[in-house]
Design a protein around this ligand. Structure first.
Ligand SMILES: *Cc1c(COP(=O)(O)O)cnc(C)c1O
Length: 280
């Protein structure tokens, strides 16, 4: 048993294997991130520099990354680090919805959106995509889904849009969908697991109230790591402080990524900003 555990690690994966899966290319480390992985690989490496709040560590510059660079990059008022896109979606649902509420989700959603809703105790109403081969989504589909939920006396407290989805690569009209959701006072969460770090995506410009991204999928980081951004209005409940353990945010269980994956995402960030600028 131990022999196997001692055997799997070699440089082969790094040197001899080329990963051409387009879904995974966005997570390939930059040389800087690979160096950070080694330098920050020990257990709680980043915690040695913490005065009580992970996102306010100044050296290494986590605070600048989380409170300045990422909000500008994502187009949100606030950002926090998560363990991935799914944890961001769950945190948003758990903080913003009551058990038994309905979340409207596009029919092309990733399975993790469904599991996040199930874990948060929410009902799901699907915004239906058009017929094959397009599977396209539009604002009308969201309006109809919200109306159907209301007919069943549901309380719709969040809508989620996959942007783009992983099966068809559709880039739905987020702005129009956000407008329809806002007509019903429903906040929109944009799932940018594939978009954030690969192509320009700005939550504010798209009208999204909340956005999640995946570091290991699209931001040249070693997982598990992700980002969760929100406008002030939704950041307040999501990132609320514990009444008893001051400085600790309840929804994030105090601290999220406490080591190497965060540092790899930071180390890759300028290269990620640069590659996004080259998106056509
Ligand atoms: C990969 C993927 C996820 C999951 O991302 P994690 O960061 O691993 O949680 C969520 N949504 C979409 C659309 C994805 O493609």
């Amino acid at each position: 048993m131990l022999a196997n555990l001692n055997k799997f690690c070699s440089l082969k994966r790094d040197i001899a294997e080329i990963n051409i899966d387009p879904l995974q290319r966005g997570g390939i480390l930059t040389p800087q991130a690979r160096a950070a992985l080694v330098e920050w690989g020990d257990g709680y490496s980043v915690c040695d520099f913490c005065a009580g709040m992970l996102d306010h560590i100044t050296n290494p510059p986590v605070e600048e990354f989380v409170h300045a660079a990422l909000p500008e990059f994502l187009g949100t008022d606030e950002v926090r680090i998560t363990h991935g896109a799914r944890e961001g979606k769950f945190a948003a649902m758990h903080a913003l919805c009551e058990k038994g509420d309905t979340v409207v989700v596009d029919g092309n959603a990733h399975y993790t959106t469904i599991l996040a809703a199930e874990r948060a105790g929410l009902k799901i109403e699907y915004a239906l995509p058009s017929k094959p081969p397009h599977y396209a989504l539009n604002a009308d589909a969201y309006m109809q889904a919200i109306e159907r939920a209301y007919e069943q006396k549901g309380n719709v407290s969040l809508a989620v849009l996959t942007y783009p989805d992983g099966n068809y690569g559709n880039l739905p009209p987020a702005r129009e969908i956000a407008e329809v959701c806002h007509d019903y006072s429903v906040p929109l969460l944009l799932n940018g697991a594939y978009a954030v770090g690969r192509m320009p995506v700005n939550a504010r410009e798209l009208g999204a109230d909340i956005i999640v991204g995946s570091g290991h999928k699209s931001m040249a980081a070693s997982g598990p790591v992700g980002v969760l951004g929100a406008s002030e209005e939704y950041a307040r409940p999501m990132f609320r402080l514990s009444p008893t353990k001051k400085n600790k945010e309840v929804e994030l269980l105090g601290c999220t990524v406490r080591g190497a994956p965060l540092l790899t995402m930071m180390a890759s960030f300028s290269a990620v900003v640069e590659r996004v600028a080259h998106w056509l």
